[in-house]
Design a protein around this ligand. Structure first.
Ligand code: G3H
Ligand code: 13P
Ligand code: ZN
Length: 322
């Protein structure tokens, strides 16, 4: 199966009550860990590349790695997506350079400007058979010292979504309902602690998601910042020379619920970084005399495969849906 766009994937995901995983890739081991899991689980897959990944690994290397994965995984659909495209030029470069999907992230701009930039990307992308994800609302944790209206202003405003989608023609929409990027999504002050002393974050704003879906029936919604920051990885890192105190993510059961609703794409990067780093730290601690990268990258790749397998089956619900 050649590269695909996300159109068919999202339609099936919307109707089937599951989400497709969008995992960030930066090197060969990450591509292999993710795609081996998706192939085994027969899951549709989005591999996404950020501006930082292109700067680190080079556009051509990343495209060729993903092309290799498509050859190795002939039975599952794979989309290649630009994550957080910052401007028209970056989106154009990825559209011209073999991507099947791009995100234009103009969410920090005023509403009218966001529409204008997004529409320009959509026109170019659609002319080239590529689909576009856009964003409304700014992704952040809950601020603890702001009043309610200021706090709400970082969430997506449902009353804006119909105008935004109809004026831009975007194919999917990322919204802000309380997820955020990285391994520190919330401060300790924004959370409670459970009996084990682990931070429990404030719940996602399902009321906003439901209102957006009511206004955009059948339209695919995207969640960024959806790592759950597995505490076993945080422990593995901290026990082997790392220091990640109070790292906290989005509880998996809330992502599972979102996947049964209109959320068709869930972005996960930090959990894979934690899996890889935890494995490598543990390996170095246990084998101080080893220095062959293949030795420590083998368990790192296996741990990425294991966490992706878990996400596909237990969080996204997309195992067996390819
Ligand atoms: O949303 C951001 C992704 O985790 C990519 O991060 O820009 O450091 O590659 P990056
Ligand atoms: P995490 O940092 O929660 O993994 O989010 C990744 C993401 O949204 C990539 O666009
Ligand atoms: Zn993101």
């Amino acid at each position: 199966m050649p590269f695909v766009t996300t159109t068919e994937m999202f339609k099936k995901a919307y109707d089937g009550g599951y989400a497709v995983g969008a995992f960030n890739v930066n090197n060969m081991e990450i591509v292999q860990g993710i795609t081996e899991a998706a192939r085994e689980q027969h899951a549709p897959l989005i591999l996404q590349v950020s501006k930082g990944a292109r700067a680190y690994a080079n556009h051509t290397y990343l495209v060729k790695l993903v092309e290799a994965a498509v050859i190795e995984c002939p039975d599952i659909p794979i989309a290649l997506h630009l994550d957080h495209g910052p401007d028209f030029e970056t989106c154009k470069s990825c559209i011209d350079g073999g991507f099947t999907s791009v995100m234009i992230d103009a969410s920090s701009k005023p509403f009218a400007e966001n529409i204008e930039i997004t529409r320009k990307v959509v026109e170019y992308a659609h002319d080239h058979g590529v689909v576009v994800e856009a964003e409304l609302g700014s992704l952040a944790g809950v601020e603890d010292e702001v009043n309610v209206s200021a706090e709400d202003s970082s969430y997506t405003r449902p009353e804006e979504v119909e105008e935004f989608v109809s004026k831009t023609g975007c194919d999917s929409l990322a919204i802000a309902i309380g997820t955020s990027h990285g391994a520190y999504k919330f401060t300790a002050a924004q959370c409670t602690r459970n009996e084990q002393g682990v931070l429990v974050p404030p719940p996602l704003r399902f009321d906003i998601l439901e209102e957006v879906s009511r206004r955009l029936p059948g339209f695919p919604i995207v969640l960024h910042g959806s790592s759950s920051v597995p505490q076993e990885f945080v422990k593995m890192i901290n026990e082997n020379g790392g220091r990640l105190p109070d790292a906290v993510g989005i509880p998996e059961e809330q992502l599972r619920k979102a996947a049964t609703l209109s959320v068709c794409k869930i972005n996960i990067d930090s959990d894979l970084r934690l899996a890889m780093t935890g494995s490598i730290r543990k390996y170095f601690a246990e084998h101080p005399d080893h220095f062959d990268p293949r030795q420590y990258l083998t368990p790192a790749r296996a741990n990425i495969k294991a966490i992706v397998t878990h996400k596909l089956i237990d969080v996204l619900g997309c195992a067996g849906k390819a």
